[in-house]
Design a protein around this ligand. Sequence first.
Ligand code: THU
Length: 128
Amino acid sequence: MERLVEAALKARENAHAPFSGFKVGAALEDTEGRIHTGCNVENATLGLTVCAERVAAFGAISQGVREFKRIAVAADSAALTPPCGACRQILWELCGDLEVILANLQGRSERLRMKDLFPRPFDATFVR
Ligand code: THU
């Protein structure tokens, strides 16, 4: 199995999802080949929940990383789980046109690109 998907599956095991029971892992690869992982972290107020993708992206950014290549997202769903709308906005803005690999626990996977998942974005070009 691919290294990045493996990292996302492993990160998923750390998910804190007592409310939804839906565990997600993400693994974001930078242009140096380093992998930054994240899992969803839920909160009793529900609205303060942070998705796995954003945890991975914010972790990488806080380490000083600014250039990225790919992200893998792993969840236990037959229909492969894509990043939510909020994560698409954040990933587009911080990481650009990533390759996005969706994977599940049965070994199914699919490759997409952020520009197709998030067409016509409102981004930094509008506010600079
Ligand atoms: N979730 C993610 O972490 N990433 C996604 O791509 C979709 C949804 C989380 C948020 C919440 O903890 C749980 O999955 C159910 O929505």
